[in-house]
Ligand binder design. Sequence first.
Ligand code: ADP
Ligand code: MG
Length: 483
Amino acid sequence: MRLSRGIVCECAGASACPDGAANGTCATQPGGYCFATVEEVLDDNGLVVLERTAGCLPPDESGFMQCKSSQVPHLHPKVIKCCESDLCNRRLQPRLPAPPADVTESPGVRPPPPPAPAALVAAALCVALVAFLAAAWLLCRRRRRAGKRPPSPPAPARPEISSGSGSGLPLLVQRTVAKQIQMVESIGKGRYGEVWLARWRGERVAVKVFFTTEEASWFRETEIYQTVLMRHENILGFIAADIKGTGSWTQMLLITDYHENGSLHDYLQTVVLDSHGLVAMAYSIASGLAHLHMDIFGTKGKPAIAHRDIKSKNILVKRNGQCAIADFGLAVRYVAERNEVDIAPNTRVGTRRYMAPEVLDERLDVTNFEAFKMADMYSFGLVLWEMCRRCAAGGRAVAAEAYALPYHDRVPPDPSFEDMHAAVVARGERPAVPARWRAAEPLATLAGAMAECWHANPPVRLTALRVKKTLARYTAEPPAKLV
Ligand code: ADP
Ligand code: MG
């Protein structure tokens, strides 16, 4: 049905907005179209990135033809979609054709090919190539570190892979790295493995050694880390994964960046944050979570990922005061092309203390991916609460509260499912917000944000992107404004 008036469309992108367009909108003539496109463009560094454009198209033949243009395949990596009601293009998500290969590389468990005479020569070449790649990688990182390092204090060796795709090192190199690891000391234990500080060619790295019964967790976590575009400064940096063993035993390793401050849970026991430290941390976790939750369309796209075990023990504190999200053994992915929630094959469930009410009463709709993200946001709300307690803001030597786990005063240690259900669902309890938080920024804003994150009704909760945007105001504020 054609409207007798024009329609209003979202406009976004370099050339799509008319001069002086208000609020990112444009208006068509009667019978016009709204459109949205996605295309591959080269950025300033010559890398291929996806760009979305949206705007208005005229009612005539040229508008109509443009709307049909994406049906001409292979000409240009660009897809356009059109629609014909007010602001309808906000919901349009044009996608470039799916890549021929899967979005992930499988972890390093491919069986080796049978040896043949010609294969021996190839193998020798491969070994040389591995050595070369590993050396080049190391050299590259040393140079980068040298370039980036602040004058004082000197930053420690920090492994960082500059792979743009986020899928990490080639599998063969990962195996080589795993072979060259020297374990130093055990630094942490979780439910699924033991984490060690180790050395790799003089660099400090963290190695998670999975319990033999936890192969599914190792596989899942490795798979998630190798998801395309997974790399982000607020997601633990993946280096390599390997599985080795004979018939009777297997050892499964996951090698990542090492963060000497340990988990946020451990860090908050002893450290009191100022306003800036608090905001920087909260902002960095929101950024990592927003990246994880984000679906990036296109041939080099990233599926949306939900963590399902957000808690202060699964967040690491970096030396620059930002955080990195870790422990992806429970994560699930949403593959938009197939409209599928990619449920982990293992039966792990999250940590009871941090479980959202809809997880506790098993009403979470597992076929709806958004539901997993909303459950993550509930848990993130509890983490914000843990952090705010340790912030001494509000002027005149206000004391921070002692570190405490969420619901420390409402449920016994190591609460059962029933304990949590009674407190969070039946009695609708939430962590107490001290009066002092309401009196000073940024605590007042964070107190409001956490309450919106742990709302009983999942769709009402803030998204990670919203929390990030709310906090951006404070990260930009000059120091004098914050106490
Ligand atoms: P699990 O799946 O067994 O819970 P995690 O990945 O959560 O394992 O790690 C367990 C603990 O080990 C964390 O809570 C943290 O204290 C420590 N840890 C894990 N990774 C690192 C790292 N990269 N650097 C420093 N400490 C780490
Ligand atoms: Mg953990």
